[in-house]
Design a protein around this ligand. Structure first.
Ligand SMILES: Cc1cc2nc3c(=O)[nH]c(=O)nc-3n(C[C@H](O)[C@H](O)[C@H](O)COP(=O)(O)OP(=O)(O)OC[C@H]3O[C@@H](n4cnc5c(N)ncnc54)[C@H](O)[C@@H]3O)c2cc1C
Length: 381
């Protein structure tokens, strides 16, 4: 069977691209190997899908070529997606920092995408495994052979393999002579080294606001202690800028002034004004003098305060793709047109969404990239 375009991957980018092209009269087929489309959207935003960020701009993305995403993001803005959501009567709200969430559930976004595909007469086949791809293009699958003029790869990144993530997109790129940049987990919890884990593991669940800095980047968000290390928005954000051997520095009292009151208070009691008591106990047990505050010297006070505002933490590693929200790196943008996402070397071959070396911060940016890159390709195929 011959189509104008076949899209491999029925996730955020694939579905959006499919109906964009379908509405232009193209005959489009989506091939998804899961039993249903949009599984990652389903769990996104804790089940409420943080579907965009109103402030999304190129500065919120990591890529070997930071300017690559500019054109697509400019042509399909967060407001364009909000307009689509509102056209479908989906209630939404801003949580913080421009992050837009569904009032109900992520299922509403999936239903919207599938509904748009139906209107655009897009054919969707789930449970379909692509076994062979030949230039031209012809695809051999467990459901038979298909041909198309344009082939769009929208198979996403490597994280959350249990939801269907695969390296298909990266393999296809290499197979057609295109480059793939180094890949690593992003927006991922970081694990503590043994000695720190002994101290903080038992206070798992404690959370506090921090400012964390690494490689010239800083994020002010909350930190969550886990049984393997640190997580929470501050950690997920900085993890995308973390490389092995880096030692991020934490301000555990961002924008706060600690006043040493006279009296016999202990250090944990003092810090627990701002931190959960369990965290204060653990932190102070190694980093503060073990005596009442009124017996601290000026130098001891200065040292402890300095450390609370500039606490270096040497992490052991990350929790890997199983816990990462995204994959850093992907199909090298040097081989793609920033206007259409088409390969510069293989006519008719497109890459969109997370499979491309464009990775957003936490907060709705990754889905905005999925929509924007999908629209760029959908208007071209
Ligand atoms: C837990 C979690 C929460 C997240 N929350 C948010 C959030 O709230 N906001 C946000 O902006 N981003 C969020 N993200 C990131 C966001 O979900 C992804 O960046 C986005 O879904 C990428 O879209 P995509 O279409 O490129 O890939 P995906 O949505 O992952 O879709 C890829 C599709 O391709 C299919 N596929 C893979 N290989 C094959 C193959 N060989 N054959 C056929 N089909 C294949 C997959 O099954 C999948 O359906 C979250 C990620 C995770 C893991």
């Amino acid at each position: 069977m011959k189509y104008d375009a076949i899209i491999v991957g029925g996730g955020a980018a694939g579905l959006f691209c499919a109906f964009t092209a379908g509405l232009r009269g193209r005959r489009v087929l989506v091939l998804e190997h899961n039993d249903r489309v949009g599984k990652k959207i389903e769990i996104s935003g804790g089940g409420r899908c943080n579907f965009t960020n109103l402030h999304a701009g190129p500065e919120n993305f990591l890529s070997k070529n930071p300017g690559f995403c500019r054109s697509a993001l400019a042509r399909f803005s967060p407001w364009d997606f909000v307009a689509l959501v509102e056209k479908h009567g989906i209630g939404h709200h801003e949580k913080k920092l421009g992050q837009q969430f569904c009032d109900g559930s992520s299922g509403e976004i999936i239903a919207m995408l599938v509904g748009e595909c139906a209107e655009a007469r897009v054919e969707i086949r789930c449970g379909c495994r692509v076994e062979e791809v030949r230039q031209g293009f012809s695809l051999e699958t467990n459901m038979g052979d298909f041909g198309c003029d344009s082939l769009v790869i929208a198979t996403g990144g490597l994280s959350f393999a249990k939801l269907g993530a695969s390296d298909f997109g990266h393999r296809i790129a290499r197979r057609f002579g295109m480059r793939v940049t180094d890949l690593r987990p992003g927006l991922v919890p970081l694990t503590l080294q043994e000695s720190d884990l002994r101290l903080f593991g038992p206070v798992s669940g404690a959370s506090l606001p921090v400012r964390v800095k690494n490689r010239g980047r800083s994020f002010e968000e909350s930190l969550l202690v886990t049984h393997r290390g640190f997580s929470g928005p501050a950690i997920l954000q900085i993890s995308s800028y973390w490389n092995e051997g880096d030692v991020p520095v934490f301000d555990l009292l961002p924008g706060k002034t600690l006043s040493f009151r006279p009296g016999g208070t202990s250090a944990p009691a003092l810090f627990s004004e701002f931190w959960p008591r369990r965290f204060a106990d653990a932190w102070c047990s190694l980093r503060a003098p073990q005596k009442p505050l009124n017996r601290w010297s000026d130098r001891e006070r200065r040292n402890v305060l300095e450390l609370a505002h500039n606490w270096p933490v040497a992490f052991g590693g990350t929790e890997g793709y199983a816990k990462a929200e995204v994959t850093l790196g992907g199909v090298d943008t040097a081989g793609l047109s920033s206007k259409t996402m088409e390969s510069r070397s293989v006519r008719g071959l497109y890459f969109i969404g997370e499979v491309v070396d464009v990775t957003g911060w936490l907060g709705g940016y990754n889905l905005q990239w999925a929509w924007a890159s999908a629209q760029a390709a959908g208007l071209s195929i």
